[in-house]
Design a binder for this molecule. Structure first.
Ligand code: DGY
Length: 317
């Protein structure tokens, strides 16, 4: 039986499943392992099941025992792992695509609604019982007829487009390449971010963090948006330059911001703390029982497939 290190506690049914297939080193206290501890615990193991909270950089990879042949990341994103270093050491890296598409698209819609309809302010007023109804109380922006720019029209981007259409939004997108008409479903393609941002009443960021997308929302690109645009991010925090965003919110260039992800999680840039027009969640895009169960099952299946066949359909390096 192969031996696996599992760096974070999984849901009960997932841990039961893993123990049927592998000898597993579980983390029942859900402690955040240091690099040293992760390396120690992986001794004698054949693979590791990691989470987005594990920073598997080049140094960590180089210090892993040679018995480690696969790192199965319990996430669709894999920015926490140095793919090149893993490849050099002949360690396969896998992810969990598809199964979290709908849950993440739901959170993207929550961000859009929360930012557009001033949910943070509304919650505060309601909890303090400090409000009275009036015709102009907490006036927000309506989605019907608004142009939604989707940055990154992969699985999640397309799922957001489908939901947003039900709200009467008009879908525009930018992607590395134009999609086929079946995948586009009537969405309007823009071959540059400048062109997309300039028609985005609301932007939903759904692209992966790569060297091309890190800080893609910055002082210069914020100028491309119509004044009063809304920006939301349910992908990765790296895409937004926070100081530039805070400035744009203060100047009312940007009307509101919705974030499920941000730089240096869990430490939010203090500049956002007292802003009424930000609606921020703690990286819960995939946090439903169905989705987290499916993600961990897929991460376990990826390990199983790899050990049985020497390959895996969800290998990313
Ligand atoms: C992912 O799968 O990349 C999510 O962000 C993890 O919750």
């Amino acid at each position: 039986m192969k031996k696996i290190l599992i760096t974070r506690r999984l849901l009960k049914s997932n841990e039961e499943k893993v123990l049927k297939i592998f000898k597993a080193n579980l983390n029942s206290n859900d402690e955040l392992y240091s690099q040293q501890k992760l390396i120690e615990l992986s001794k004698g193991c054949d693979g590791i099941l990691t989470s987005i909270t594990d920073q598997i950089n080049e140094e960590t990879i180089n210090r892993l025992p040679d018995t480690i042949k696969i790192i199965s990341n319990f996430a669709v994103g894999f920015g926490n792992i140095d793919l090149q270093a893993a490849k050099k050491k002949d360690i396969a890296i896998t992810n969990t695509p598809d199964v979290l598409t709908d849950a993440t698209a739901e959170i993207a819609m929550l961000l859009i609604l929360g930012a557009a309809r001033r949910a943070s302010e509304g919650i505060e007023y309601a909890k303090n019982s400090s409000w009275k109804w009036s015709a102009d109380f907490l006036i927000g922006k309506q989605l019907t007829g608004a142009r939604l720019g989707i940055l990154g029209m992969g699985r999640v981007g397309r799922a957001v487009a489908k939901l947003a259409k039900a709200f009467g939004m008009i879908i525009h997108y930018h992607n590395r390449s134009k999609l086929s008409p079946e995948l586009e479903q009537g969405a309007i393609y823009h071959d540059s971010i400048k062109s997309l941002f300039s028609v985005s009443d609301i932007l939903s960021i759904n692209c992966p963090a790569t060297k091309d997308t890190i800080n893609i929302i910055n002082k210069d690109s914020l100028e491309y948006f119509p004044t009063g645009a809304i920006i939301t991010n349910s992908a990765r925090g790296d895409m937004i330059e926070d100081e530039a965003m805070i400035n744009a919110l203060n100047k009312k260039k940007i009307y509101a911001l919705g974030l499920d992800v941000y730089k240096n999680e869990p430490k939010l840039n203090p500049g956002y703390l007292n802003m009424k027009n930000v609606f921020i969640l703690p990286h819960i895009g995939s946090a439903t029982k169905e989705t987290r169960t499916a993600m961990a099952n897929l991460a376990i299946d990826n390990l199983d497939e790899f050990f049985k066949t020497g390959n895996c359909r969800n290998k990313v390096n």
